[in-house]
Write a protein that binds this ligand. Structure first.
Ligand code: NAD
Ligand code: GLY
Length: 379
């Protein structure tokens, strides 16, 4: 697989411009810089169906993994982007509750029934659930085959499709089984967001705001001015917001692919957010909604100036997201957060802000400080 991937080490940006030169669709490209596993992120309005995904595929066999909501909308266009390849598809049941090893087995069984070899490529067409399951299946099948991401939710476009985290849930917890497995390309068609409902769109905005909050004060300020245009799904504003989010994530991932250190800042608001999801019961609040309230809590815990906490709160509210957690017992919060994946040597770690655009990871947060934030920020 390494050799196959090495052969794909070409000047992606030049190749992509050439492939799209005869069409009226324009695309912008950036690279996730991971040495021989580097890959391009191609972003444009209407690129799905126009852009040639086949250039990132070593063999001829492909399996598009989608679900029963997204398939009817975008499977045809995805197949057009794979013209000349032998394409099969599988539609998974829709929903986080299906992000399981059983569902992953459906993909593995399909690959076996296709007689797929190591040169097969798996294409994830969907949101973060499809991307995470399909990526994990691609990482396991014959110890790793080609993997392409075609994310169709805002959250997947700015977060889950980039950076190589794949996996499924166990009954005992979210994302407990998985692998770091980078895709060969990420193709983002902003036009797919036209069918996404506004609640899911807002949930994706939480992650967009997160990038400004943790690493780019200028982007945060840009969002304060331009969020209305992004929410209206103005093409230029949307492409800028998605591109900048992907650039910022790519830069952090290139620095620390396997989350040995700095990558943990991408979890800003997530320790509180995961606790909300777990305590409420998954599916009540969307992930992005829980992260949004979690970011306000984490900013408060950071001791950020009230002016900056208010800027964050205002931007989150403008995005149509909750700025406060639901009322939940403080001891339940503390129990759940003690199980967070960021816990090391039994010490809780939190992503805190020195200022907007400047994050750090701290393992010195006291239980008293946590109690005060939990009790002070609840609805
Ligand atoms: P999702 O995949 O469940 O998609 C949300 C809903 O939107 C689904 O019903 C889906 O079918 C539908 N949908 C998707 N695209 C659509 C479109 N264009 N038009 C209409 N409907 C569409 O949810 P999500 O928010 O995309 O992803 C959440 C998942 O991502 C979680 O499982 C989370 O753990 C995971 N995640 C992974 C990473 C990572 O780094 N791998 C990061 C963040 C989140
Ligand atoms: N979504 C957090 C990460 O990719 O590390």
């Amino acid at each position: 697989m390494k050799n196959l991937r090495r052969r794909r080490q070409i000047d992606f940006a030049a190749a992509i411009e050439k492939r799209l030169v005869d069409t009226v669709i324009t695309a912008t490209t950036l690279t996730v810089d991971l040495g021989i596993r580097s890959y391009p992120i191609v972003i444009g309005n209407g690129v799905l169906g126009e852009y040639d995904l086949g250039q990132h595929i070593a063999g001829s066999d492909c399996l598009i993994v989608t679900n029963d909501t997204i398939g009817p909308l975008y499977l045809d266009a995805c197949q057009r982007s794979l013209s000349g390849k032998a394409v099969e598809s599988i539609a998974l049941p829709d929903g986080e509750e299906h992000k399981t090893t059983d569902t992953m087995h459906l993909i593995l069984d399909k690959l076996v029934s296709m007689g797929a070899n190591r040169d097969v490529s798996v294409i994830a067409l969907g949101g973060g659930v499809v991307g995470d399951i399909a990526g994990f299946a691609a990482s396991c099948y014959m110890r790793g085959v080609g993997f392409l991401q075609v994310p169709t939710t805002l959250l997947a476009q700015v977060d889950s499709s980039v950076g190589g985290k794949t996996g499924v849930n166990l009954a005992t917890g979210k994302n407990l089984v998985g692998a770091f497995y980078q895709p060969d390309v990420v193709l983002i068609d902003t036009n797919t967001l036209s069918t996404l409902d506004s609640r899911e769109f807002s949930a994706g905005l939480a992650e967009v705001i997160k990038y400004g909050a943790i690493v780019d004060a200028d982007f945060f300020a840009w969002l304060e001015t331009n969020l209305d245009a992004v929410i209206a799904r103005d093409t230029d504003a949307l492409i800028y917001a998605i591109r900048r989010s992907c650039e910022l994530k790519a830069e952090v991932v290139a620095d620390d692919e396997r989350e040995q250190g700095r990558r943990a800042i991408l979890n800003f608001g997530h320790t509180f957010g995961h606790a909300i999801e777990k305590l409420q019961g998954y599916g009540d609040w969307l992930h992005g909604e829980a992260v949004a309230a979690g970011m306000v809590m984490a900013a408060t815990l950071s001791g950020l100036s009230e002016k900056d906490v208010e800027r964050l709160r205002a931007l989150i509210a403008k995005a149509g997201l909750p700025v406060a957690p639901p009322p939940l017992a403080t001891d339940d919060w503390l129990d759940v957060m003690a199980m967070d994946k960021k816990v090391q040597n039994k010490t809780m770690r939190f992503v805190l802000l020195y200022a907007i655009g400047d994050a750090t990871v701290s393992d010195t947060v006291s239980v008293d400080a946590l109690r005060s934030v939990i009790e002070g920020t609840q609805q």
